[in-house]
Write a protein that binds this ligand. Structure first.
Ligand SMILES: [Zn+2]
Length: 251
């Protein structure tokens, strides 16, 4: 979502600043809640950065901090921020702004998802990143840091591989946010699950360090097929990745 500066009136809004975040919130929201949001944000900032060693050039300090705007409630969120009506949060990546509203049950997974997007894009650079990989890394983090009961069930994916109805990698690579919008819900679900399963496969089979290397070569400007085989010698390209990934989930 693109958007300018919030139309928030300074009289009804307060600000809480921490090392990497500036949280702007409506005065009716309790300080304890905002303080909790701050703690969760700082904790995830540390965890996400360390997970894949996403060390960036520019630190999130001073005016480069990420801004989180918390509306009074969902209605206020929809009125003031130009976010889709079904959304629970939306992000402006360029300006590092997260907009959301309070008291959402799964708030920490929303936050980890959006923060991973921001950190990952900042690290790799916006240019050559396919949507599936961008979403795969965020869903991977979301899954890893959510309760056991909320973890993704991979059985629909295994079934799709078995009956050959999965999204072929050649197709997966071409999917953009706008052509995903025209697809059925079951296709969208499969898209996310499959993307997630590919990153999980790479990390489980070859380790987190290899995956970090892959990210590193992407950042250096290699295209993603080259970056992958440079990081992991035993994966010789997309076709090979597809073969190995399918085998992994069929065992
Ligand atoms: Zn996402």
């Amino acid at each position: 979502m693109l958007g300018g500066v919030s139309a928030a009136s300074p009289k009804t809004h307060r600000e809480l600043r921490s090392q990497h975040f500036i949280i702007n919130y409506h005065e009716s929201i309790s300080y304890d809640y905002v303080d909790k949001v701050k703690d969760i944000s700082e904790e995830f900032y540390r965890v996400i950065t360390q997970e894949f060693r996403l060390v960036r050039n520019k630190l999130w300090l001073w005016e480069n901090r990420t801004k989180i705007f918390i509306a009074r409630d969902k209605e206020d969120y929809l009125n003031r921020f130009n976010c889709p009506s079904w959304s629970t949060a939306c992000v402006n990546y360029k300006d590092k702004i997260i907009r959301t509203y309070p008291d959402q049950e799964n708030f920490s997974s929303i936050l980890v998802h959006e923060l991973t997007h921001i950190i990952f894009r900042e690290y790799v650079g916006l240019k050559k990143l396919p949507l599936w990989l961008d979403e795969a890394v965020t869903v991977y983090m979301e899954d890893k840091y959510s309760k056991k009961s909320k973890r993704r069930d991979l059985s629909p994916l295994k079934k799709a591989i078995k009956d050959n109805s999965y999204i072929k990698l050649a197709e997966l690579n071409t999917i953009t946010a706008s052509n995903l919008e025209g697809k059925s819900q079951s296709y969208v679900n499969l898209f996310y699950l499959e993307a997630f399963s590919i990153v999980s496969f790479i990390i489980k089979k070859y380790g987190g360090d290899s995956f970090s290397q892959f990210m590193y070569f992407l950042r250096r400007g290699y295209d993603y097929e080259q970056a992958l085989s440079k990081a992991i010698y035993s994966i010789r390209g997309w076709e090979d990745l597809e073969k190995q990934w399918k085998r992994f989930y069929q065992e």
